[in-house]
Design a binder for this molecule. Sequence first.
Ligand SMILES: Nc1ncnc2c1ncn2[C@@H]1O[C@H](COP(=O)(O)OP(=O)(O)OP(=O)(O)O)[C@@H](O)[C@H]1O
Ligand SMILES: [Mg+2]
Length: 426
Amino acid sequence: MSRSWVEAERAMVRRTRLRISALVALAITVLVAFVGGIAYTAMVHAQDAQVKRELRYNAQFGSPSVPPGCTWLFVLADGVIDDGLIPVPPGFPLHGDLDAARVSGQTIEREIERNGTEYLVLSQPSGAGRTVQTVFDKRYQLADRRHLLLALAVAEICGLLAAAVTGMGVGRGTVAPLAEALARQRRFVTDASHELRTPIARAYTRAQLLARRAAAAGLPVDHRAGLDKLANSIRGLGDVVDDLLLSARLNEQSAGPDGQAVDLAALAEAAVETEGERAGERRITLTVDRPAGPLVVTGVETALRRAVDELLANAVRHTPEGGRIDVRLRRDARGYVELTVADTGGGFDPVEADRLFDRFHRRPAGPDRSFGLGLALLREVVTRHGGTVEAISHPGRGARFTLRLPAADPGVVAGAGAEEVSTGFR
Ligand SMILES: Nc1ncnc2c1ncn2[C@@H]1O[C@H](COP(=O)(O)OP(=O)(O)OP(=O)(O)O)[C@@H](O)[C@H]1O
Ligand SMILES: [Mg+2]
């Protein structure tokens, strides 16, 4: 297994772990914030209600000399303040509030931060010319609130630890086997492709040898052409196997085209020639319309050949006897090489146009040997080459598939031929 796969799979496991941890952490944070927010609000509300109740009671029935815990009482009568002769916190009573309550006859309530704590101060007239001010020190209530916040913070930290452990556990238990299965699948593809290479190469050599001997022995032209085609088909098989090896070797993220110059026009012409025999058997007219010069794109020749072969094979499959398939190549104004395969078959339902490229999407009543994979693989190839593929249907009149691939820049075109794709079968 190549190093890049191992690294890519490790990175995938790491990314998935992180993502799962982050999601669990987010869920726990939201939960803690929600539950904590409700608990904190309820606590503050209950504490405030309790304190106010007590203050009002003490204002009515309390005595400045024996106030309840955390409370101080000041009674203003005839201009004199009675503080019960017990120690009071600095800054109290609030003379302004006592006077204002006396003058207005209204109750004044305020919260004050002082002496490192918070006080709730209630000033109100209490009959017989008296004005009472009750002061409550909220330090224990504030301490309770801090304890609640601390408990929530501890719960959040435990939650984050649980999130990290979950991420690691899920990574090990779920993602790692998945990565392992992917690795095994790739290993199978490379091993099987590699084992097939040698017998295919041998068959190719033999077919070439036979073709040469046939030429030397002066066999009829159609026999010799048949042997040439046989050799070409075996070479195509070898290309497919090489391509499988190549795509399995490449790291998925970096699996771009190899940067070889491919003349798409020549490639399409060769593909049409190969397909011509099958089309001829069904009396289908197959034409190619291309400009005089090459139309060069950058990419993997074998993969591009498979893409063009797939379009032609589909067109032949869906065109009735006596029909017509037109292959057209041109360079468009946006710098793309465009290849169109138009047939005169039954077409497909236009709403299906995008779904045709999904894996295993096939016409329900289609032929037995239809797997619905060809167009999905074609789209992968085209996307890897930075291109697009589009399907248009005229139901009952035919379908048209258009490939667009970025044209190679002039530097690559000039070097074309020098950097031939090496497949080992040519
Ligand atoms: N030229 C066409 N005309 C009409 N329908 C088409 C044409 N080409 C493809 N289709 C529709 O698209 C579907 C998917 O095509 P695709 O090439 O992915 O699979 P397939 O040809 O059915 O099977 P295979 O996996 O062997 O290629 C086909 O089943 C068919 O319904
Ligand atoms: Mg197909």
